[in-house]
Design a protein around this ligand. Structure first.
Ligand SMILES: Nc1ncnc2c1ncn2[C@@H]1O[C@H](COP(=O)(O)OP(=O)(O)OP(=O)(O)O)[C@@H](O)[C@H]1O
Ligand SMILES: [Mg+2]
Length: 493
């Protein structure tokens, strides 16, 4: 059986308490008995001496032997003791509890322990049950003083013995012992109650901590430890609460990450399925339907090819994003001329813009070009500009314009891509950087978008210590911008 902490404390207290009271009462009653016996010994001794003095008086000679016997018996009874006179041979010549006529039946007393002791030392004592009166008696015997003349009827007296029965003393002692026991019992009850309450105060907070801990173990992370005391236990409760709070937070993050991951996986499979189905469709048509017209056959093949290009783009975007998010993608920063870079970028996109009927301008802030040097990973920044310009063309309106440029800002250069396109409704602006997020899913998909472009852009720009910003007005157009750090002036010369 396992005992609770509280019960252990109570039982230990009780055990110590009972041990202490029992040994204290035993010790006290033993001491009391010794004290009483010493006092009674003194009394019996002084009475023996008093009787010896009384027996040496002359008045005993006036009365008969029988009268003397009765007077002496009366005196002993009044003094509340038993008086015995014994001669040197051990013969009892007077006993206050024996009638004079029966004296001859009393056995010889010479070998009684108190008489033997008195013979040797002058005073003797003993405690035993008397064979004569059948009671526990305390005997004190005194050897007669030879200088005193004992009156005639008792002149052979050699030992004066006084005795009292111990019944009264035992009763008194028993009374006292009982009082001590009752007192102890009351004390034990009282102290037990106090110990019980104290132990409760002590063990209760621990019991409660254990209860809450059990709840936590069963999975309730919202349980709270209550720091009810201001001691180490309270401190422990506070620490456990902090631990739980941290655990809750970590768990929340983990769950969020998990849902994000499974959502991502769901999105990926969904995005992959669409082009693969399309590809299957085109190939099936080519395989099973007799298409004699070579031009029509070529159209199907071209469509299949386009889909495969889209699949390839999607896969490389996916690889990029997972490499960026796992921290695998390393940036290699170097200084380069922002003007040259953007000018080249625009030249490359001229054809594609033209094909879509969009006019693409490069608008540097001033002429001639000043050769501003910025820090960045050109390969990754190419990816950023490719997507921003691609979006500006894709989500434009027929005959629209795209403007790419840069302008100096505090400690850097801000690069922008501006279009006169359809713009982005306000409620979508904050979400377009999420993976797979598209304002108009069908339209985006039709023009080949997967919604990963801006997510990649955001990651890359942030890896450059910057932020991507959007300003957009539905029906008027959008502007995407971000800043790059400029090479410090001192080292630029
Ligand atoms: N310049 C813009 N004008 C209007 N809407 C835009 C513009 N740029 C982005 N968007 C909206 O934001 C969405 C997300 O853009 P993002 O570049 O991430 O995806 P995408 O271009 O559709 O696909 P991907 O870039 O992966 O080929 C787009 O689908 C579009 O709805
Ligand atoms: Mg895009």
């Amino acid at each position: 059986m396992t005992l609770s902490l509280r019960k252990k404390i109570i039982f230990l207290n009780l055990f110590l308490l009972i041990l202490a009271t029992v040994s204290a009462s035993l010790f006290i009653s033993y001491q009391l008995q010794r004290y009483y016996q010493a006092r009674e010994f003194e009394r019996l001794h002084s009475q023996a001496v008093t009787f010896q003095f009384l027996l040496s008086q002359d008045f005993w000679n006036q009365y008969s032997r029988r009268e003397n016997y009765q007077i002496l018996s009366g005196l002993a009874d009044t003094a509340n003791l038993r008086l015995t006179l014994i001669d040197s041979a051990g013969t009892v010549i007077f006993d206050s509890r024996v009638r004079m006529d029966s004296l001859e039946f009393v056995e010889n007393h010479l070998y009684r322990p108190e008489i033997q002791m008195a013979l040797r030392e002058g005073i003797g004592r003993d405690i035993r049950v008397s064979t004569t009166v059948n009671l526990p008696l305390f005997y004190v015997a005194v050897r007669r003083n030879p200088d005193l003349n004992i009156a005639r009827p008792f002149q052979n007296t050699a030992f004066i013995r006084t005795a009292m029965d111990l019944v009264a003393m035992h009763r008194a002692l028993r009374d006292i012992r009982h009082r001590i026991y009752w007192g102890s019992a009351v004390a034990i009850l009282l102290i037990s109650a106090i110990a019980y309450l104290a132990s409760r105060r002590l063990a209760d907070p621990i019991t409660r901590l254990a209860q809450v801990a059990r709840e936590v173990k069963e999975g309730n992370l919202n349980a709270r430890f209550h720091p009810i005391t201001h001691d180490e236990i309270g401190e422990l409760a506070r620490l456990l609460n902090q631990m739980l709070a941290k655990l809750r937070e970590d768990l929340k993050k983990m769950r969020k990450l998990q849902t994000m991951r499974s959502q991502f996986l769901g999105n990926v499979s969904h995005e992959l399925r669409t082009p693969i189905f399309a590809l299957q469709g085109f190939l099936e048509t080519l395989l099973h339907q007799n298409i004699d017209d070579p031009q029509q056959r070529r159209r199907f093949l071209e469509k299949a090819y386009q889909v495969s290009v889209r699949l390839d783009n999607l896969l490389s975007d996916l690889i990029d994003i997972s490499r960026i998010e796992s921290g695998e993608m390393k940036m290699s920063f170097r200084y380069f001329d922002v003007h040259e870079w953007l000018e080249k970028m625009c030249q490359e996109w001229q054809t594609k813009a033209g094909e879509r009927g969009i006019r693409l301008h490069f608008t540097p802030p001033f002429e001639p070009k000043s050769g501003m040097t910025v820090l960045g990973d050109t390969e990754r920044l190419n990816q950023v500009m490719t997507n921003l310009i691609d979006n500006a063309i894709k989500y434009n309106v027929p005959g629209g314009q795209v403007e790419v440029g840069y302008r100096p800002v505090a400690d850097g250069v801000e690069i922008f891509v501006r279009d006169t396109g359809q713009g982005i409704p306000k409620e979508h602006v904050s979400r377009i950087f999420e993976r797979f997020y598209r304002v108009d899913k069908q339209r985006s998909r039709d023009i080949g978008g997967t919604g990963l472009g801006l997510a990649i852009v955001k990651h890359i720009v942030e890896a450059h210590g910057s932020q991507i910003r959007v300003k957009s007005q539905p029906g008027e157009g959008s502007e995407f911008s971000f800043a790059l750090k400029i090479k410090p002036a001192a080292s630029s010369s």
